[in-house]
Design a protein around this ligand. Structure first.
Ligand code: AMP
Length: 287
């Protein structure tokens, strides 16, 4: 149980491992990641292991989901440490292919996720979800998992993937698991390691503004513009914060809401210096 998960780098070997698990009668779970693992990822792995006997964790920094001026080259790559962290969580296989194994010479087919990918992140990272949907579909075809596990931290991503799975009649069950936070509220992210101690402190305005939104709704505020304005004011107290978006949206369609009628998602992307962070919080209006 506590041994290192098997490291697999080729699709052929991956399929052998999965076929052997199926022959043993095990269900197969997949947790797609880009590595630089933290407790947020590990919580997904533990959930996957509890749901499915056989758990594959993919570690692949997917080039097609990064824009030309984004952090693909400097994204942290820490495979040995990742494998060590996974040892205690019951992962059976770490699938860590080279780019050339995933995108073979001549690769040209991409998944176009459509309008659900257009707002929010789509406005700032125009081809991001095309890359995400493509790699997730490819991983699903490589592993053919019964279930796959994603974090609410990347909320729009989870909606895009659910949409793709429904639209393309894919048989994999999608689980979206709660965001794991540091003790002070900061959502765990591989990109947090870019933050200097001062920026790390400033980054608390993301979770604090979301908590403020939650308190305002609990106190009876229903006007989305009022809530967003107060969130922006709070974020503005961090000297190096630059807001990409702060929005209150319908949790299913991701379209803006004017009034919190029942449930709304508060969702934001903020740069602290050069580090871009995202977070979200479900707002529930109880009568
Ligand atoms: P990434 O390696 O950042 O692409 O993330 C891989 C998976 O882990 C995605 O499904 C993320 O939503 C999920 N994840 C990342 N951070 C967290 C977190 N703090 N809590 C829960 N899930 C997370």
């Amino acid at each position: 149980m506590n041994g290192l998960p098997k490291l697999v780098t080729s699709v052929v070997e991956l399929r052998k491992e999965v076929a052997a698990a199926r022959a043993r009668g095990q269900r197969v779970g997949l947790v797609p990641t880009m590595g630089a693992l933290h407790e947020g990822h590990l919580s997904l792995v533990r959930t996957a292991k509890a749901e499915c006997g056989f758990t594959v964790v993919s570690v692949f920094v997917n080039p097609t989901q990064f824009g030309p001026n984004e952090d693909f080259a400097k994204y942290p790559r820490t495979l040995d440490a990742d494998r060590g962290l996974l040892a205690g969580c019951g992962a059976d296989v770490v699938f860590a292919p080279a780019s050339t194994e995933v995108y073979r010479a001549g690769h040209s087919t991409m998944v176009e996720p459509g309008e659900i990918a257009e707002p929010l992140e789509g406005q700032f990272r125009p081809r991001h979800f095309r890359g995400v949907a493509t790699i997730v579909l490819k991983l699903f075809n490589m592993v053919q998992p019964d279930a796959a596990f994603f974090g609410q931290k990347d909320y729009q991503q989870s909606v895009v993937i659910r949409r793709m799975v429904a639209d393309l009649n894919m048989p994999t069950t999608i689980h979206v698991c709660p965001t794991v936070r540091e003790a002070d509220g900061l959502a765990m992210s591989s990109r947090n390691r870019y933050l200097s101690p001062d920026a790390r402190q400033q980054a608390l305005v993301l979770s604090k503004s979301l908590q403020l939104a939650g308190r305002l709704v609990a106190d009876g505020e229903r006007d989305a513009a009022v809530i967003a304005a107060k969130m922006k004011d709070l974020i503005g107290t961090a000297p190096d914060a630059q807001i990409d978006y702060v929005a209150l949206v319908d949790p299913e369609t991701l379209q803006p809401v004017a009034t919190i009628a029942d449930r709304a998602m508060a969702i934001l992307a903020v740069k602290i210096g050069s580090t871009r962070l995202i977070d979200n919080w479900l707002l529930e209006a109880r009568l």
